[in-house]
Write a protein that binds this ligand. Structure first.
Ligand SMILES: Cc1ncc(COP(=O)(O)O)c(C=O)c1O
Length: 404
């Protein structure tokens, strides 16, 4: 696309999103999304009816209690207090209500953080494989993404490589834990080493580097694991969160950006975040969702059921012959394709009515991502498709080996 009317930043941002959009809008999935015949593992969208408790909370809190109920809302104090209380309980850190900015999901929290803390021309370090929107968002705000791949053997952060990627222009490092798409939660020892590297680099460059810990899946942990936030390890941390994952309601936009209580002198930052949210286009959630927050804080999809779906799929996929690790959190699985070309393999699965996200889209070619938000009936129906695509791929590999 040529520049014409469009800003260079918008063009660079759109280019970063083109693989995903091509797949969703023009690829094999485009024509079949919503078709009841398919087994849809592509995105983290619900395929069961929403939580009744969520619907009841909306009904309760849409009822006005005073004349200001639907007035312009910044971050509502009651919402900030409920979030800070939850964060204190989960992290043991003394989060304060004033450090919480209510946002339109994690998307809004990340956009707010980028605009408040990063200048055009500065660098933001992000890890590969990434959530597929970070690069586009960083570019939209005129900054430069610097990509660092996680370690191939255990998918843990490559702290040495992050250290080597830091320059005098580094304003922010984004870490997503538990990770979409790997399902990995970064362990305390890794976070300690990351903190040491960031502290050292901040001192060297004479400015603190902000760690943006993107944690929308922090309440979707398996096997009773406690989620460990990077905020427990590095003082200059901001956390982005969305209720869209644990409640599986991503169309009702609410989340928050929280400043760690260990960041010194936060008063000017709090004010700056609020004015950034206003100027960037009123990036606050709607009034009803903010009023409902205490109810939303207390609810979750059934994690035991999610874990049963995880275990069932890992079981039959491994039995067929797929190689895949066991995620510690999130609602994703990341199997290896039986052939190198993940786009071709996703097409082959699609020919058997099974739709997945090719790894190329999230920068992990040779793999594919499964979203466990698919319902039980889809999972049952998918077994045969996964089996057939696997044996077709294997017989193709065998016949091309025999031919050569
Ligand atoms: C890692 C990560 N961060 C942020 C988001 C954005 O979440 P939301 O759309 O609920 O704001 C997502 C959604 O898929 C995600 O996976």
């Amino acid at each position: 696309m040529s520049k014409g009317l469009i800003s260079e930043r918008a063009l660079a941002s759109a280019a970063a999103k083109s693989t995903l959009l091509n797949y969703l809008k023009d690829g094999p999935y485009a024509a079949r999304a919503g078709d009841p015949e398919i087994c849809d593992f592509v995105l983290g969208n619900p395929h069961d009816m929403p939580l009744r408790a969520f619907v009841n909370a909306l009904k309760t809190w849409v009822e006005p209690r005073d004349k200001n109920w639907f007035a312009y809302k910044l971050s509502e104090e009651t919402a900030q207090q409920a979030v800070a209380r939850g964060l204190r309980d989960r992290t043991g850190l003394p989060f304060e209500a004033d450090d919480i900015a209510m946002t339109n999901g994690a998307f809004g929290a990340i956009a707010t953080a980028l605009q408040a803390f990063v200048d055009p021309g500065e660098e933001v370090i992000m890890n590969l494989p990434p959530w597929f929107n970070y690069e586009a968002m960083i570019r939209l705000f005129g900054a430069t993404p610097v990509m660092v791949r996680v370690r191939a053997d255990d998918l843990d952060l490559d702290v040495d490589a992050i250290g080597a990627a830091i320059s005098a222009k580094t304003a922010m490092v984004i870490v997503n834990t538990p990770n979409n798409p790997t399902g990995r939660m970064y362990p305390a020892e890794t976070l300690d080493r990351l903190a040491a590297v960031l502290t050292d680099a901040s001192a060297r460059h004479g400015r603190p580097i902000l760690l943006l810990s993107d944690e929308p899946y922090s309440r979707l942990m398996f096997d009773g694991l406690r989620f460990i936030s990077p905020a427990e390890h590095y003082p200059y941390t901001a956390i982005s969160y969305s209720y869209g994952k644990a409640l599986l309601t991503p169309g009702e936009r609410i989340g928050w950006l929280a400043l760690s209580p260990n960041i010194p002198d936060r008063a000017p930052l709090r004010r700056l975040i609020m004015t950034t949210q206003v100027s960037a286009g009123w990036l606050f959630p709607n009034a009803t969702l903010q009023h409902a927050i205490e109810d939303l804080e207390a609810m979750s999809i059934d994690i035991d059921h999610l874990q049963r779906k995880r275990d069932r799929m890992i079981g039959f996929l491994r039995e067929i012959g797929y190689q895949l690790h066991v995620p510690e959190g999130t609602f994703y699985l990341l199997p290896k394709c039986p052939i190198e070309d993940d786009l071709a393999f996703a097409e082959s699965l699609a020919s058997h009515n099974v739709y997945v996200l090719p790894g190329t889209i999230c920068d992990i070619p040779g793999y594919f991502r499964i979203s466990l938000t698919a319902n039980d009936e889809m999972i049952d129906r998918s077994v045969e498709g996964f089996r057939r695509a696997f044996s077709e791929a294997r017989s193709d590999v065998a016949s091309s080996a025999a031919a050569s």
